[in-house]
Design a protein around this ligand. Structure first.
Ligand code: ADP
Length: 542
């Protein structure tokens, strides 16, 4: 028997409509790339998003087509989040930290029709534009007064505020199919090129409900939320959508992510909740420590993307009375998978036991099923000891990547995360290792395969292996292990210099270790786990 409830599709535009109607006066504050602070309300956001939706239509962007953004966290980016997805097109957030070759690949692969960019990224756009066929139009996210007088773009360059001014704010958000695509985010693949994760309206709205819950990111209308995690990195962990759903005040930091700028913003705007990777919080803590400051409003901070060290949790909680919410997620999971919030019986545990719990990545939010499996796919017990491959499934987990029909990576319908984890009897998951061959530096991916491929181009290199080595500041940094050609005296500096221009600057390994051989498995594959055991602490001890 069918239920007899209304069939109201779950749409991204409905989040904005809700925010406009119920939280219209709530503020959105942005530090702009132009250098000043901009403030307006959700009502203004909704009105300008409708203008931009009309502008997109007049630019010929059709439903389902991709629109790229290369932008910091700010109100214009937020407007595009809703104008693009709300009008039925697909918001493709581009990561400006990638090398131009990768950006060009991703823009071409996604076939972006238009790319919007913050002025900071004009030089990057100038380098990318000649390499791509797809976007016919670029839009600088600024006003007429700040438009670049000279630029190297041969394609059309438009001004964001001109588009807003030229278009009407009457726009009816279309009732699209809730399963249609709303946004697209690329992640670094273990092998080969970056892969696109194509979110739907339905997956986005369901993720928003789940991520806002008290035991998830815990967001409400009384919060002032500062998303430090970039809007180009898995939709700032969903915070732009969550803020609309709950009606929180939003504070966008723009490009200024150093400790001093963040602290000033947190204090002047009375931020209650922020979110970002551990590296960013190190900078913030160092600044507040140095000035002997305090947080007058901040109550919670969400730390994820890399393991949150206990020293950081303790510093926030003991020195500054800011609770740490350790969270785990992935681009493929929209991203929220688990959040570490206490159960009632854990609150009275001794401090060190509570810190041991907070070092875990946390409990699955409703909607995410997870399990750990052994080498033969057998499910392992939740005893806090057995460690195995972490598999997940749920309505906001990727099934297949954009542009591919291949689902062979799934295991009986479960998505293998590439993380190795254990789960305790209370359901708290803890990552112990990573089986996927990538390096995560300051919250962003570096492909070890790409690094190895570049090193192998050098005529004096026989074998190149790149591993993730633990690093005190960046969590992980690439370390290059090299077997030289017989008789070669190739020096580390020369080999590292070889990377200049071939990869993004921050992808360049920090050090090279010359070895005589590398351990190989039965099928001739390099046993990276052995090399990680041997050299994983290189940067900690060097
Ligand atoms: P995000 O950085 O938003 O989590 P990514 O797709 O860039 O999303 O990276 C996902 C991967 O990052 C995970 O598979 C895991 O390896 C690592 N990761 C994310 N959060 C944590 C965490 N809290 N602790 C340890 N590793 C994490």
């Amino acid at each position: 028997m069918q239920g007899l409830m209304m069939q109201q599709p779950l749409l991204v535009a409905s989040l904005l409509m809700h925010a406009e109607r119920h939280h219209g006066k709530q503020e959105i504050v942005s530090r702009r790339v132009e250098g000043d602070i901009h403030r307006y309300s959700y009502r203004d956001l909704a009105q300008r998003a409708r203008r931009m939706a009309n502008a997109l239509t007049s630019l010929g962007v059709r439903p389902g087509e991709r629109v790229g953004t290369l932008a910091w966290n700010g109100y214009r980016h937020m407007e595009l989040y809703f104008a693009v997805s709300g009008s039925g097109s697909v918001l493709h957030t581009l990561n400006p930290r990638l090398h131009v070759d990768q950006l060009a690949y991703i823009i071409e692969h996604a076939e972006d029709r238009v790319v919007f960019f913050d002025l900071t990224f004009l030089p990057l756009i100038e380098s990318v534009a000649p390499r791509v066929k797809s976007p016919k139009v670029f839009v600088a996210m600024t006003d007429r007064a700040h438009m670049p007088q000279e630029h190297g773009l041969s394609t059309m360059l438009l001004c964001y505020e001109d588009l807003i001014d030229l278009h009407d704010d009457e726009f009816d958000w279309p009732l699209v199919d809730e399963n249609s695509a709303s946004s697209l985010c690329y992640t670094s693949g273990t092998t080969g090129n970056p892969k696109g994760v194509l979110y739907s309206h339905r997956s986005t709205v369901l993720h928003t409900y789940a991520a806002a819950l008290p035991d998830s990111l815990n967001c409400s209308a009384r919060d002032v939320i500062l998303p430090v995690v970039p809007m180009f990195h898995v939709n700032a962990w969903g915070l732009p959508y969550i803020s609309c759903m709950v009606g929180a005040k939003l504070v966008f930091p723009g490009p200024a992510l150093d400790g001093k700028s963040l602290y000033e913003l947190i204090e002047t705007e009375q931020v209650t909740l922020s979110a970002g990777v551990p590296t960013v919080w190190q900078g913030l803590l160092a600044h507040v420590d140095a000035i002997e400051g305090a947080f007058s409003s901040m109550r919670r901070t969400i730390i994820g993307g890399a393991p949150c060290p206990t020293a950081m949790t303790a510093a926030f909680q003991e020195r500054y009375q800011v609770d740490v919410l350790h969270a785990w997620g992935m681009t493929e999971l929209s991203p929220v998978g688990t959040v570490c919030s206490f159960k009632a019986h854990q609150l009275s545990l001794p401090t060190d036991e509570r810190y041991a719990i907070q070092a875990k990545q946390g409990r699955a939010v409703f909607g995410i099923d997870m399990k750990i499996v052994g080498p033969d796919g057998e499910e392992l017990p939740w005893d806090g000891h057995a460690a195995g491959d972490l598999l997940v499934r749920g309505p906001w987990v990727v099934r297949q990547y954009f542009g591919s029909s291949d689902t062979s990576h799934l295991r009986d319908g479960w998505f293998p995360t590439g993380d190795v984890a254990k789960i305790d009897a209370d359901g708290f998951m803890q990552i112990t290792d990573r089986s996927k061959d990538v390096i995560k530096s300051g919250g962003e991916w570096i492909s070890s395969t790409d690094i190895e491929n570049v090193a192998c181009l050098h005529p004096e290199v026989t074998t190149a292996v790149c591993i993730a080595a633990r690093h005190p500041k960046w969590d992980e940094r690439p370390l290059l292990l090299i077997v030289r050609k017989p008789g070669s005296a190739l020096a580390a500096e020369e080999l590292l210099g070889f990377f200049d221009g071939r990869v993004a600057r921050w992808w360049k390994p920090d050090a090279v270790v010359f070895v005589d051989t590398v351990p190989l498995g039965a099928t001739g594959k390099v046993l990276k786990n052995l090399l990680r055991d041997q050299f994983g602490d290189y940067y900690l001890t060097a």
